[in-house]
Design a protein. Structure first.
Length: 340
């Protein structure tokens, strides 16, 4: 990845103790593909281009807050306009008498705060609720194997925001032909951010906008060798797209599904709240949690996913890769195993 003349010192210093697993994955990806990965750029370029300040109990991007509760801490991420519209309902369900979310949080438990927010479609997590020994990448064989080099394979990127596009970027740098797909009714939310970061993620890729209801998505998936997506499985099934059928239709294919907590869990997540769920936080002078970096679970998941795709292809493919953001964060926080 290209270098950018910016001061990354403090950002790197804060997260450096947690990067061992990522450095191992990056080293193996580089050895397998010959692509040199600029890890600091992958982790911090968005923050630097946007001029974000180092985070505290508000995330670098400003949408996520760490809130003290009656029994711990939780993150609530108001990342979209709909989340702000749902805030009064959240306060009402928590029994708040005013518009003070922090006050309402102190009168309830971390799990209740996060669970109530999730019922309204707001990304939220109790601190370290997802700390476990689950692997960030779970692999299931769904098709026949066929060994093929990555160079020239067709990657269909159905994902948005950061993690999936970073995975696609790395595969493109390794020689794959990447096509970015957006819906006519739901463009990538990352377009609302810094356009320079969006270009950096997608440069060199084809870009198409499809009416998913027309059947065009099914046709695009059928032409692909590798699919990257970050959707609920049932949402894609309603559109006629099934990962298992894609993998069984032709040998050597790979499907990478990037989700907050796993393909069997409908909770939504973004990078900051997923990091909190995995316990990937810093500590202030009083020992209380603060955010680390900028939505670290996002780029970490993208790096784990790209590595998993390359490893799968080396084994012949035919695999469904389930990459969890919360589990990726938990691994960096020191509670997980090596990627598998």
């Amino acid at each position: 990845m290209e270098n950018h003349d910016v001061d990354r010192g403090r950002w790197i210093t804060d997260v450096a103790p947690y990067l061992g697993p990522l450095r191992s994955v990056v080293d193996d990806f580089e050895a397998r593909t010959g692509v040199a990965v600029d890890l600091p750029a992958a982790l911090f370029l968005r923050a630097q281009l946007a001029g974000f300040r180092l985070p505290g109990r508000t995330s670098a991007g400003g949408s996520c807050r760490l809130l003290e509760t009656a029994d711990g801490w939780a993150a609530v991420n108001l990342a979209r306009p709909d989340d702000h519209a749902s805030l009064p309902a959240l306060l009402a369900l928590l029994g708040a008498r005013d518009a003070d979310l922090a006050g309402a949080a102190r009168r309830t438990t971390a799990s209740r705060l996060a669970g109530t927010a999730q019922t309204l479609g707001i990304a939220a997590a109790a601190l370290a609720a997802a700390r476990s020994r689950r692997c960030p990448v779970r692999t299931r064989s769904c098709g026949e194997r066929r060994h093929r080099p990555l160079a020239g394979l067709r990657v269909l990127d159905l994902s948005a925001l950061w993690a999936g596009p970073l995975c696609a970027k790395l595969l493109g740098l390794a020689g794959a032909h990447v096509t970015k797909v957006e819906s006519t009714v739901r463009p990538d939310g990352a377009r609302r951010g810094d356009p320079r970061f969006y270009r950096w993620l997608h440069e060199g890729h084809d870009s198409v906008v499809l009416d998913f209801a027309s059947g065009a998505l099914v046709e695009a998936v059928d032409r692909a060798d590798i699919v990257i997506e970050a959707s609920r499985p049932r949402a894609l099934r309603r559109l006629g797209v099934k990962a298992e059928e894609f993998l069984s239709a032709r040998p050597g294919r790979v499907w990478a599904g990037l989700t907050g907590y796993g393909r069997d869990d409908d909770r939504i997540a973004f990078g900051d709240d997923a990091a909190v769920a995995g316990g990937l936080v810093g500590r202030d002078a009083h020992g209380d949690p603060v955010f680390l970096g900028d939505a670290l679970a996002d780029p970490a998941t993208g790096l784990f996913a790209a590595h998993a795709v390359v490893r799968s292809l080396a084994a012949g493919g035919g695999e469904l890769l389930c990459v969890s953001m919360a589990a990726s964060a938990a691994l960096l926080a020191g509670s997980g195993t090596v990627p598998c």
